[in-house]
Write a protein that binds this ligand. Structure first.
Ligand code: ADP
Ligand code: MG
Length: 247
């Protein structure tokens, strides 16, 4: 990303949502954007995913200009957006259908992912029969099923309680570790940002700018133990200070 700006044209006056975002995301990296509500995190992720156009600036994906959704980039939103009338496994297979791939060939992979995300036994259930955390697991399985290289995750666990969030974080790290994907994650939860990431990008309130990029050199693979380390506390405090919540 080079000097990305985004202005929303609204009825009254133009709204500057993002100002001068420049960042390189490396292949295989886990990068998290953290910032207050309304600072432009979703805007940025939608631009990266090619769902939204920037006002100015450039963005490339592996040397190609990035303007449209592409198969290599999968996106997961804050709410699970599952289809009520489709079973769990059929919800997971949705992108396979949309991309015109062979449904039957991907069925076993879908079942494997449901197993991996702790949903074994719920393959034939309907979304209304699942808790919020389980629905997010379905949504995570769905973005993983066609194996995109890059995952864009927009506050995927924002609606979950602390316990479920922590379990989902560990699962996500396990998947990231075993599949070597690139993850661009968005959250307003500081602990989550530090726990998951190689780098934390701290954003300012609107218009969203990059306040600072922090390296988080906690050991990998990360376990809950990482949260006990002084370095974890230091990084969390540093992010809190940058966001102005330390006082
Ligand atoms: P975040 O995800 O960090 O909460 P958003 O990217 O959703 O922030 O929004 C950033 C700012 O842009 C907010 O002030 C929001 O009201 C505004 N905004 C978002 N989408 C639109 C839109 N489609 N039209 C006008 N303003 C928008
Ligand atoms: Mg958002």
């Amino acid at each position: 990303m080079r000097n990305l700006h985004k202005i929303y044209e609204t009825q009254d006056q133009p709204l500057l949502a993002l100002r001068d975002i420049t960042l390189d995301v490396r292949s295989g990296e886990f990068v998290t954007f953290v910032g207050p509500s309304g600072c432009g995190k979703s805007t940025l992720l939608n631009i990266i995913g090619g769902l939204l156009d920037r006002t100015s600036g450039d963005i490339w994906f592996k040397g190609q200009e990035q303007r449209e959704p592409r198969r290599e980039i999968g996106m997961m939103f804050q709410t699970a957006v599952l289809f009520d009338w489709r079973t769990v496994v059929d919800n997971v297979l949705l992108p396979v259908e949309i991309l015109g791939m062979d449904r039957e060939a991907y069925r076993s992979r879908a079942l494997q992912l449901l197993d991996l995300t702790g949903l074994k036994g719920f393959e034939a259930a309907y979304p209304r029969q699942l808790s919020g955390g389980m629905q997010q697991r379905v949504s995570l399985s769905r973005v993983l099923v066609y194996d995109p290289e890059v995952l864009l995750l927009d506050e995927p666990f924002g609606a979950l309680d602390e316990f479920t969030r922590e379990a989902m974080n560990l699962e996500l790290l396990h998947i990231w570790d075993t599949t070597k994907k690139t993850v661009v994650f968005v959250t307003h939860n500081i602990n989550e940002a530090v726990f998951l990431s190689d780098r934390v990008v701290v954003m300012t309130p609107r218009p969203g700018q990059i306040a600072k990029v922090l390296d988080v050199k906690l050991p990998r693979p990360r376990t809950r133990e990482a949260m006990k380390l002084p370095l974890f506390a230091e990084k969390v405090f540093e992010v809190r200070e940058l966001l102005g919540v330390a006082h």
